[in-house]
Design a protein around this ligand. Structure first.
Ligand SMILES: Nc1ncnc2c1ncn2[C@@H]1O[C@H](COP(=O)(O)OP(=O)(O)OP(=O)(O)O)[C@@H](O)[C@H]1O
Ligand SMILES: [Mg+2]
Length: 309
């Protein structure tokens, strides 16, 4: 396989509904989307000039893995996932390009918050805690160390879902409840914590610590059900740490964008537009993403790409 990153895509025949930092959303019919992941990568809310070859396939196949697994662990869980099979309306000439980087999903009304669950204190939560002894304004016990699990168990720490070009802002669960409405806020929080706990236990057995992760939820307006949407438990949406290298009281090694983030900070490029990653950063990030994929799915990357999921 040639390792060329696909950073833009233009489909014939299907109307495009939206472009995200990573994905392109096409309409299959009134109720169905084709959710296409490119190889773009963003860090600190800015998209890099070049991409990570095959990252779109990896995110799609890993999300599909979770979409199949999680309903077996959480009773009555509804997800937006329909199939990895391409719709018949997908252009014949682009089917090879789309296969395994696209899934058909139910088109839903998205709750405009980022549903973050944290099992371990790190990143922006650690920074806030050092300043104010709180995390997303929630008071925390004294004496926590960088990277340790929250003593009270996983916590729900939502943020706003910013418009393009703006940064997400950490908010309290009470503020999130004002945005989505009390009726749904409680369901979202409960579901997010159960999802995180189920995934955390599954990953832990395989040697990966899921320090935190971001979910999105949508509303099925016909049934009034809260549905798990977007990508799920990928290295783009989560912090994955190798369990055998884990040590409380320091920054952890990780399988996600941390290598890229560290490089941007070191080079003084954090938050700058139009940055291209050098080959070394692309290679290292590719390797870390693939290792996370193989560990979590138990499948060799090459086999997964060949066979789909
Ligand atoms: N079932 C769905 N129906 C409608 N929209 C969806 C559904 N699932 C996810 N989405 C939306 O599709 C978009 C996915 O694009 P992408 O992952 O590129 O997101 P982004 O929000 O721009 O970037 P980031 O993930 O970095 O926040 C998001 O805006 C998400 O809310
Ligand atoms: Mg996204």
């Amino acid at each position: 396989m040639a390792e060329v990153a696909l950073t833009s895509i233009s489909l014939e025949g299907l109307p495009k509904l939206a472009t995200g930092k990573v994905r392109e959303l096409y309409e299959v019919d009134e109720k169905t989307l084709l959710f296409v992941a490119t190889d773009r990568i963003s860090a600190y809310d800015v998209i890099m000039g070049n991409g990570i070859p095959f990252k779109g396939l990896l995110l799609t196949l890993l999300s599909a893995h979770w979409f199949k697994l999680l309903p077996t662990l959480i009773p009555n869980l509804r997800t937006h996932f329909i199939t990895l099979t391409l719709p018949s309306a997908a252009p014949e000439s682009q089917k090879a390009l789309l296969q395994n980087r696209s899934m058909q999903v139910q088109k839903l009304k998205i709750f405009p918050i980022e549903v973050i669950v944290r099992g371990y204190i790190t990143g922006s939560a650690w920074k806030e805690y050092q300043r104010t002894s709180t995390v997303h304004s929630i008071p925390m016990p004294a004496g926590l160390q960088n990277g340790q699990p929250f003593p009270q168990g996983a916590i729900y720490t939502p943020s706003t879902k910013a418009e393009a070009g703006q940064n997400d802002e950490n908010i309290s669960p009470a503020q999130a409840s004002e945005i989505v409405g009390e009726k749904y806020a409680e369901k979202i929080e409960k579901l997010a914590i159960s999802l995180y706990e189920a995934a955390r236990d599954y990953a832990k057995e395989r040697g990966i610590i899921i320090a935190d992760t971001k979910f999105e939820f949508g509303l099925d307006e016909e049934t009034d059900e809260v549905v798990l949407v977007d990508e799920v438990l990928t290295p783009d949406s989560s912090r994955f740490w190798p369990a055998d290298k884990y040590e409380v009281g320091k920054e952890q090694e990780s399988f996600d964008k941390q290598y890229l983030r560290d490089w941007l900070v070191k080079e003084g490029l954090k938050g700058k537009e139009g940055v291209s990653m050098p080959e070394e950063v692309v290679k290292e990030t590719t390797a870390k993403y693939r290792e996370a994929f193989e560990t979590l799915t138990g499948k060799k990357w090459e086999d997964a790409v060949r066979e789909g999921y």
